[in-house]
Structures are given as structure tokens and as C-alpha cells.
Design a protein around this ligand. Sequence first.
Ligand code: ADP
Length: 735
Amino acid sequence: MSRPISIGVMTSGGDAQGMNAAVRAVVRTAIHQGVAVHAIYEGYQGMVDGGDRIRLLAWDDVGSILHRGGTVIGTARCPAFREREGRRRAARNLLQSGIDRLVIIGGDGSLTGANTFRQEWPELLAELVQAGEIDEATARDHAALMIVGLVGSIDNDMVGTDMTIGADSALHRITEAIDALTSTAASHQRSFVVEVMGRHCGYLALTSAIAGGTDYVLIPENPPPVGWEDRMCEMLRHGRAAGRRDSIVVVAEGATDQEGHPISGDYVRQVLEERLGEDTRVTILGHVQRGGTPSVYDRWMSTLVGHAAVEELLAATPDSEPQLIGVRFNRIHRAPLMQCVEKTRAVAATIAEKNYAKAMDIRGGSFTAMFDIFKKMAEALPSVTPTTQPRRIAVLHGAGLAPGMNTAARAAVRLGRDRGHVMLGVRGSFEGLINGKIEELNWGDVEGWTALGGAELGSTRYVPTTEQLYTVARTLETHQVDGLLVIGGWKAYQAIYKIHSERDRYPAFKIPMICLPATIDNNLPGSELSIGADTALNVIVEALDRIKQSATAARRCFVVEVMGRHCGYLALMSGLAGGAERIYLPEEGITLKDLQADVERMLTSFRTGRRFYLTIRNEQANPQYTTDFLARLFDQESNRLFDVRQAILGHIQQGGNPSPFDRILATRLAAHGIDFLTEELERGSAGGVFAGLVEGKVSNFPIKLMPDMVDLPNRRPLEQWWLSLRSVLQALAQP
Ligand code: ADP
């Protein structure tokens, strides 16, 4: 008979939002797999102290923690664990609970400590046997320590994962702060310097500078040359002249100049006051960045890695190399733990050696590209001399509103102007093209659009009829439009497909055109994610948190209806992030048999002590079994064990200001769109594509391929990567 397996889970080092989601996933996956799981409270300190700091957890012990910031099992710095004696005591304490497999959630320090511990384990056990603290059988049964690492760090500073647990939430906090500062700065025509965390990593500074639409950024990996103050002041002056009412400079805490002299927020303030005469204030965000509720991304990503960590540990053998479980392109990514730690430390060393090109290189191509995009957008003057006959590019939206449309339009206008183009805005989508509502947009016209929900240019679902195409062609000719950039959803794609297929009849349509995906439904071909979906998810999950809170006094089942049309993305991802017990997806439909089984499960669950049961239904999961029907059915069958409520979230899901992720995605896609159109125009060709994110890269697909990539009656892509995450939900939802 094999001996029972016992896992320990611990959070260590700096706390980070999302750690709780990871702990919950570890605990529930382990229990789902029939394995005992212990929490080690207060990081390595709890391991060294033992006793009730190492506790067996049950399913419900990790209920209602998804939405909480920080870590409910505590974290601490523990000097004792750096000593061999401390680790010897830790080994003994773990063995008292039969633990020889650990999930460590922490930064590079914590993961290094875990690796040392693993390497020493056999010797530590031999010493414990010799001292009579454990018997030989125990040492034999637990001859090896197996570990797996998850990265909890708001800085996003670890090689081996695209994102660390907590980074996205920190970005939310910083972006909220910059948005707030922007409005007060604009009112008083003031300047602000915002200092953000990141000793060796400029991720938070750079992404928040882009998401916040700020003017200048200083990061450790790419310090400015000596004399940078002149350049900064010049850029800010140009911005003011072009219509900006405020200036915001973001400084990472580890920022220096190229000589390695630290640059503090206060120094930047002095420069702005002395050289520009601007009334300048410094805001150091500090621990606010670690605070608050975790973002949706941090909840579902941490859930995925927590789940995968247990699977990894259960498959591990004493000889297998410890792995770091992270994410790459939203999929689980395994990489050898210590290699990741060493490469991460190499970045700090590279910066210390002033080898900045290499530091940027290690950060990767998209980091460098984003830095470049930021600079171009912040500079009001074009970097090329406009030609006497500049190209004219029209930007328009189409289909339902998606938060981030404005961000994309602003980026397109600024980056297009930077390439020397005249940028045109079409008001009112394709109807605007029919009615000739086109106007030139300058750098200052799109000021402030970054953070704005909705669509300043307007967005309608109207698709021109075949007869109206003639008028559309006339408008394009009258306004001498050389290229089209469309930011929108399903109907916009349809409209462009129609226009593109009529190229032979209308010469005006023989211009380069590109569609960028923007819809909360995330139902477009050629892109794994669309602009707006992350914001909608955050709105939904915030509502779910409130719904949960509202139900604490009663035993209650909630049926929450979310949008998405025929695509279950919003339902599944909000369910993962909001801790739903059951999700009804249009991809699966709903049968009577399903409902019978659900009712049984619900009854058992409430009988065994459950107080809240969350179900999420996509609006089109089944035409007959509506949200109202489900709620009535559950109520009828509840045996008065629980009551049932329904909530149809409706249009609030399309509202709200774009999340940082949507702003970054919008900026990145818009930059790609402008690059594509510029290249086509320079080559003299007239390609038509729709673009999107596929496995982390922005890719193009010819417009004529659109019908081959979609399930037309159901208006969704044939391939949907996120459907594979259903198994995680199943493992976590049922005791
Ligand atoms: P982070 O994990 O966020 O990098 P620290 O570097 O402070 O944070 O590490 C957290 C804890 O991990 C330390 O207090 C210590 O207990 C343990 N630790 C860190 N480095 C080592 C090491 N080299 N050997 C043993 N334990 C370590």
C-alpha cells in the first residue's frame, strides 16, 4: 500500500494580491485529488516554529478568500531559515505532518531558500535521525523533498513567466492613482511626479505610464543619457503647446541615469519647477500598490498556476528537477526553477554593470517595443518630416461599445501622426462613412482619451447595405482616404468583410485596411483576446463580490446572467475569478439532465453546510432555459433549504473605464495597425487584414479568410483557447 501524500503550501516574501487565489487552488486541487494539504502560516517562520503554524486544511477553509488582497496564511521575513539550524527544525516540523512536497509562493529569495532546503534535505534528515528527533522509517519514507515554485511579486520581475502573481493588481492600483492625479493636475494645470515600485524592473512604471497616458517615464533597464533633463523638458513643452493641461512623469524606484546616478521623484520635481516653472507635486505610491482586492487576471491566473502546481507535485519524483509554474500567453508554462531565479538575478547584475541593452534584451521584444511606442505617443512632434502630400488614414469604430476603444483611437492618431500621416476620425461608425462625418484629428484632440470608457468617435452596430456601398466609396474618395483602421466587434468585421469583397466594383475600396478586435464578448476570429473583455470581466467580478457579500446572512443560491452572446468567455473567466460553483456556457448548452444533476448537487451541498452557491449563466446558454427559468426551478426544488435570487448584470458590463490590460492591449494593437497601414502604403499595396493576439504575438489574417475561421450561426471563432480551462473549474468547484 502506498503511503498517503501530504502537501504543504506557503506564501513568503512580500505579499501580493492573488496569493489567496493560488492557495485556494492548491488546497482544493489537492483535496480533489485525495491528497492531504497543510498551510504553513507566516512563511518560513511558521515552518521553523512548527506547532499550530502548520495546519491541515479542509475545503471550506479556503472559501471566500478569492477577493481578498494580501495572503490569509500570512507571510514573514525569516532570518532563521537562512541558517542551517533553522532549516533542520523546519524539516522536523514538516515531517510531523508527513509533508515532503511543498508549493512555495514567493519571490526569488523565497524560491532560492526552498531550493537550498531541498538540496540539504537528505542530510538534514540524517542529522534528525542521529539526534533521535525522527525515526529511520520516517526518514526512509520521506527521503526526498519535492518543491514547486509560484512567483508572488508585484514587480513582475521574474524570468520564466509572463506575469507574476500580484503585478496586474498593482498595475490597477497605480493606474487608478494616475487617473485620479490626471484629473486634478488638469484642473490646476499642474505637474505630478509619480514614484512606483520596481527596484530592478521597470514593468510597473512603463505599463502604468502607457496605461495612464503620461508624458515621461524613467525605468532601471533603460536609463536616459546624462543631460536627459533637457530632453524631458523639451517633450513636456511640446505637449503643453499642443494642448495638454497637465504633465505626469512616472519614475520607477530603481531609476538611474546611464552613469548609474539614482533619479528620485523629488529630483524630477525640482527640474520641472526650475526649468519649466511648473507647479509640481510628488506622489510616492508605496504600499498602496500592494493593497486592495486582486484584479480578475490575478485571480484566474493564480488559480491556474495553483492548480498546475499540485499536478506538478503529484507527478514529481525525487529525481525530477524542481519547476517554476508560470504563464506564457495565458497558458501554463513550466520552467526549471533555479534557472529562472538565476536569469532573474542576472538582470539586476546586468543593470549594475550598466549593460542596459542586454537588460532590455532579457526583458524581451515586447517590453522594448512598448518603450518605443510610449516615447512616440508622448512626443507631440512627429519623428519624421511630414511629406508634402501626406497619406490620409481614417479611424473608425463599429459594433457594441468596448472599453479601450478610445485608448486605441488615441494611440492610432498619435502614432499615425508620428509617421507623418494625416489622421481622420469617422464619427458614428459605418453610418458616419455613409454620411461623410469625417474630420481631421490632431495630437491634442485625443488628449485624455486613454482612460475614457465608451467611444468618443461613437460606435454603432450598423452594417451598410449593398446599395449604400456606393455612398461609402464616394465618402472615401471625397476625403481622399488612403487607409482604414477599424476598431470594433463582430458587426464591424462583417461590414469590413462586405466592403472588402466589393473591391472589384469600387476602386475606392482598393486601399489598405485593418480590423482590430474590440468587443467585451471576446468572440472574434484571429485573436485570443479582444480589447474590452478584461474590463468587462473586472466589472462582472466586482459585482459578484458584492452579490456574495449581500448573501452572507442567508443560505442562498444566486443565478447571475452575464453577456457574451454566443461566446462563453465572460461566463467562464468570471466564474473562475469569482469562485462560481456552476457555469452555463453557450458552447455546452443546458439540458434537462444537467439541471437535474445540478439541483441534486446543490441540495447535497447545502445539506452539508454550504451557505452560498454561485451559478453563472451566459445570456445565450439556452434559449428556453432562461435565467428566470433556472432561478424558479432551483427555488421550487430547494426544499426550503436555501433561497434563490437572480441578477442580470446587463449593460454595466460594457461601461466603465478601460482596465490597464485593455489600455495596453489597445495601444499595442493600434501600433500594429499603424505599422501595417504604413508599410502597405509605402509598398503601394492594398492588403486587407484583421489582426489580433495569437500566442502572445500580434498576427494578421487576410480578410477573405474570415468566414473560414468562424462558426457563423453562433458568431464565434471556431477555436477558443480558453475552453480548456473548464477542467480547472470543475476541480475547484466540487468538494
Ligand atoms: P522574496 O521571496 O520576495 O524575494 P526575500 O528575499 O525577503 O523575499 O525572502 C523571503 C524569505 O525567504 C527570507 O526571509 C528567508 O526566510 C527566505 N530566504 C531568502 N533567501 C534565502 C536563502 N538564500 N536561503 C535560505 N532562505 C532564504
